[in-house]
Design a protein around this ligand. Sequence first.
Ligand code: NAD
Length: 361
Amino acid sequence: MSNLDVLVLPGDGIGPEVTTEAISVLKRACEKGGIALSLEEADFGGASIDAHGAPITQATLDRARLADGVLLGACGGPKWDDLPTDKRPEKGLLALREHMEVFANLRPAKLFAPLAESSPLKAERAAGFDFIVVRELVGGIYFGKPRFIEGEGAARKGVNTLVYDESEILRIGRVAFETARKRRKKLLSVDKANVLEVMGLWREVMTELGKEYSDVELDHMYVDNAAMQLILRPTDFDVLVTGNMFGDILSDLAAAATGSIGLLPSAALGEKCALYEPVHGSAPDIAGQAKANPLAAIMSIAMLLEHTAKRSDLSGAIYGAVEDVLADGLRTGDLAKQGDKVLSTGEMGAAVLAKVEARLG
Ligand code: NAD
């Protein structure tokens, strides 16, 4: 029997709704897999602002660092939109990522066969695509210094700094190579080495690191070309690794190609901590109506079992269960075509749970 300590931060809007379904799946998978699960819940985002006056408390930040894994729902909503930027729910998310030092963001993008028509890409081009974007999350231009706006009139200027040192490139590179090693062993490093010195360094370090992973085929591509190729031939990609800003843009592009934001899980991994969350936000337009698709949150649990618990048997059962329900034609509102029966959040969660049980025996 192994132990798994998970901190749950349901957050706001549909966050608590999808988290409930994900936790049911986690509990059952752990029961079946002989894992002693301990769960603790804390306020986060708007809920934490209402209860404690801040989007995340120091106690929750410290607790998150001690947990084996953190599951986050989503945060934010109109109730807190008028607060100053540094007091808003989203600030809690940045503080959490920073405090946990989670530098590697893994965002799988997969087009499930029964949903081929949901993709905005033509089915013959997109059918079967399945890749992961590994994005550097705590460095690059979003954090580089100096950063400022200064001066007057026409001379007023804004400055940000794109900087990576070798150690930052190496640690994200290692996560990407290891990820590729467990998949189809193809890694594409995305940069802008033709224009930016820092990206020249990025390419040099990735190439050197590649010598340690001779079983993984490493290629390089400029980011503008990568954006184009992802749309033209998405099935050719396996794992992409890139810096913070390029990763931000490419992972949203990948998200759009899958058909619904309700299908995208993510993991943010550090040396010691791991944070799992669906990519979507708190969806205030459908919150409280049992309309949310819980599959992204449920697949975030699969990522937790894969990366933190190292139980690919359990994560595989969950991914498989999601494929099963989609193959059975079960759809929440975001996936339904005209005439389809629309399942509630709870009904979809229960359907996945039944399939997980069937797969784990
Ligand atoms: P959103 O992802 O919440 O919603 C975008 C659209 O997708 C909406 O129409 C929504 O109904 C739909 N949608 C999202 N998730 C869904 C699901 N699981 N099932 C079915 N439909 C789903 O993005 P937004 O509207 O730009 O932001 C709403 C709030 O969420 C804002 O306060 C924003 O700051 C916050 N936000 C939080 C996170 C996070 O917590 N990680 C991420 C993005 C946005």
